[in-house]
Design a protein around this ligand. Structure first.
Ligand code: GLY
Ligand code: MN
Ligand code: MN
Length: 413
């Protein structure tokens, strides 16, 4: 058994008898001419197999009380190996995933057909797909295409969504997953420290972004958790600022929101620091409010609370505090996101839905912000928290955030 086979076994325990699960690894989306976008393996497929490869299909079944598993993979292609590198060989697929049954990708349809024929008289075989669809305009996933096709061929077929079961499993991280997130955070810290060293008036935001990504590569981290946000001055009031192409000015604050990955697990960290290394009084005043909110959330986060409860800690505090600092337009004018989301294989990881309560093993973010556009100030401080029976552990506590620590570090002391 390894972690992937243990997860597959656990998944089948959640399902009734006469269930078949089909999970697709995905394909790189087409970009232009003969280019594709980067391949991004389906997170649920990866969670259950450890395989990061295109166009594979995992079939799990529990029929008449017997579990079985099979993976369908593309054959090794010599020409492709010469152009872009070789595909995973069956032995390697077995080693990583511990799935013994390996078939050719082209055999999927006939395997499904023969399974249906064999159990037709039973009449109650349910097929589970991952039907997660984020955006109505999004192109159909491989799972959706396959399911639509099956429904046409076998109109009597019962189809179910496996996503809720996988969500339940992925929400509670095991020790290995937590260690991956910790490693991703450690690498992120190296990048942030280097950005602080390089920061000065006249430096372009894209240089800051480049420095961060260079440090990640130096640390053997191939993938970013998400597109880096590197925003000076007023641009920091745009939550997911993507241009990263302006020159930072003296006396501005700089906000970065970024993350490394480790074995596909994400860090999600935000820090805000002065471009020239010294906070102005007004910046200090507002920064301290956000830092207080960040620390309050970390102190209170615990099993039994919802993400909404955590956000209320921030909005209640801001309601009282902001008017004392001349911010009188109402909290939502200065703080327009929420303080937490789950973190894992995805930056915005699976969550339990509205009202779901935190439990030990959850990893969430703690990211209050304050955005005062007419003063050109955007501040966000984001840490990653592990929820335990005894409250939250700040996984990113090593990444400096106190005003004096930042100023001292940026002065080179
Ligand atoms: N980096 C996106 C977020 O903090 O949610
Ligand atoms: Mn973030
Ligand atoms: Mn976040």
């Amino acid at each position: 058994m390894n972690r992937y086979s243990e997860r597959r076994e656990r998944l089948l325990e959640y399902l009734p008898d006469d269930s078949v699960v089909l999970l697709f690894s995905g394909k790189a989306p087409f970009r232009s001419a003969d280019e594709t976008y980067d391949f991004y393996v389906d997170r649920n497929f990866y969670y259950l197999t450890g395989l990061d490869a295109e166009d594979m299909v995992l079939m799990l079944s529990k029929i008449n009380g017997t579990n079985s598993e099979r993976i369908f993979i593309l054959p090794y292609d010599e020409t492709m190996a010469k152009w872009v590198g070789g595909r995973l060989l069956p032995e390697k697929v077995k080693d990583i995933s511990m799935i013994q049954g390996i078939s050719d990708r082209d055999d999927l349809d006939v395997t499904v057909a023969s399974l249906l024929n064999r159990y037709r008289l039973k009449g109650d075989l349910s097929f589970y797909f991952d039907f997660w669809h984020y955006d109505p305009d999004q192109a159909d996933t491989q799972a959706q295409k396959y399911a639509k096709n099956m429904q046409e061929q076998y109109p009597y077929l019962i189809m179910e969504d496996i996503y809720p079961v996988l969500t339940k499993m992925r929400l509670v991280k095991d020790e290995y997953e937590i260690s991956c997130i910790r490693k991703a955070i450690r690498t992120t810290n190296l990048g942030i420290r280097q950005m602080m060293k390089v920061s000065k008036p006249g430096v372009n935001e894209m240089v800051m972004e480049g420095i961060f990504e260079f440090v990640l590569k130096q640390a053997s981290c191939k993938d970013l958790a998400f597109n880096t946000i590197a925003a000076g001055g007023q641009r920091a009031t745009i939550l997911h600022y993507a241009d990263n192409d302006q020159v930072m000015q003296d006396e501005e604050l700089f906000l970065c929101d970024l993350g490394a990955t480790y074995d596909h697990y994400c860090a999600d960290i935000s820090r805000t620091f002065p471009v020239n290394g010294r906070f102005k009084e007004r910046q200090k005043e507002l920064y301290q409010i956000v830092l207080n909110a960040n620390k309050m959330v970390a102190k209170k986060a615990a099993p039994g609370m919802s993400l909404k409860d955590l956000n209320k800690i921030v909005t209640d505090y801001y309601e009282e505090e902001l008017p004392k600092h001349g911010l009188n337009k109402g909290v939502s004018e200065y703080y327009y996101h929420s303080v937490s989301h789950h973190l894992g294989l995805d930056t915005h990881d699976v969550d339990g839905g509205p009202g779901a309560l935190l439990e030990a093993g959850n990893v969430i973010t703690d990211e209050p912000g304050l955005y005062v556009a007419d003063e050109g100030i955007g501040i966000r401080i984001e840490d990653d928290l592990l929820i335990t029976e005894n409250g939250a552990v700040v996984l990113s506590e090593e990444i400096m955030k106190d005003i004096e620590d930042i100023e001292q570090y940026m002065r080179g002391q």
